[in-house]
Design a protein around this ligand. Structure first.
Ligand SMILES: Cc1cc2nc3c(=O)[nH]c(=O)nc-3n(C[C@H](O)[C@H](O)[C@H](O)COP(=O)(O)O)c2cc1C
Length: 204
């Protein structure tokens, strides 16, 4: 099988999406991919971070995670994004990062990437599906090939049955309210599998 490079790219204030991302990293490695865990740069002022102990703690604990760079996007055959739901949409940090990618897009370097996405929200019906669909809208503009999990495995039903991507409800401190580990693993492995098909099919 062709070796694929996977960038697992997340934004997380209180840790829920960091946890989703780290599970995806391990599963993608198990599936044979070369994997990078990368965080989207924080934009919030220091005062805002300091005002929320869970946010401040997570911010401090993840200082060593490298920030995503455009070179990482160029390197990767597939992206797995994990981004919190904010007012039914992706966190602005992620949108800001996407908006810096015009140069790569113009060079055609974002086309044909395999993309899958995950999210968290406080409420089960607080916009999880809308967030994933809105992230994928940007990806269509990049020329991505969306590898949604659909209902391809029983683990996806057990995790709430979101066919667009794994989503998890969380408390105020970013703790998962249910264990979606198996669904994340299925999604990450499927992303690697689809990226392998695409890479082989392109003769790369
Ligand atoms: C500004 C803001 C808007 C939010 N909007 C929603 C929302 O629309 N629906 C919802 O269920 N949760 C909402 N939340 C809760 C977040 O989704 C939750 O904090 C996040 O999933 C935690 O992920 P993290 O630990 O990776 O930061 C919001 C939180 C913030 C700070």
């Amino acid at each position: 099988m062709a070796q694929v490079n996977v960038a697992v790219i997340y934004y997380s204030a209180t840790g829920a999406n960091h946890r989703l991302a780290t599970v995806a990293v391990e599963a993608a490695k198990e599936a044979g991919a070369e994997v990078r865990l990368l965080k989207i740069p924080e934009l919030a002022p220091k005062e805002a971070i300091a005002s929320n102990p869970a946010w401040a703690k997570h911010h401090e604990e993840t200082q060593d995670v490298p920030e995503v760079k455009h070179d990482d996007l160029d390197w990767a055959d597939a992206f797995i994004f994990s981004v919190p739901t904010r007012f039914g949409n992706i966190a602005s940090q992620a949108k800001q990062f996407f908006d810096t990618c015009g140069g790569l897009w113009a060079q055609g370097k974002l086309a044909n990437k395999v993309v899958s996405a995950m999210t968290s929200a406080q409420n089960a019906h607080g916009g999880q599906e809308a967030t994933l669909l809105s992230l994928y809208t940007s990806m269509y503009h990049w020329g991505a090939i969306i590898a949604a999990p659909g209902y391809t495995d029983q683990a996806l039903f057990a995790a709430g049955g979101n066919p667009y991507g794994t989503s998890v409800s969380v408390d105020n401190e970013g703790n998962w309210l249910q264990d979606v580990t198996e669904a994340v693993k299925v999604q990450a492995k499927r992303t690697v599998e689809v990226a392998t098909w695409i890479k082989k099919g392109r003769g790369l």
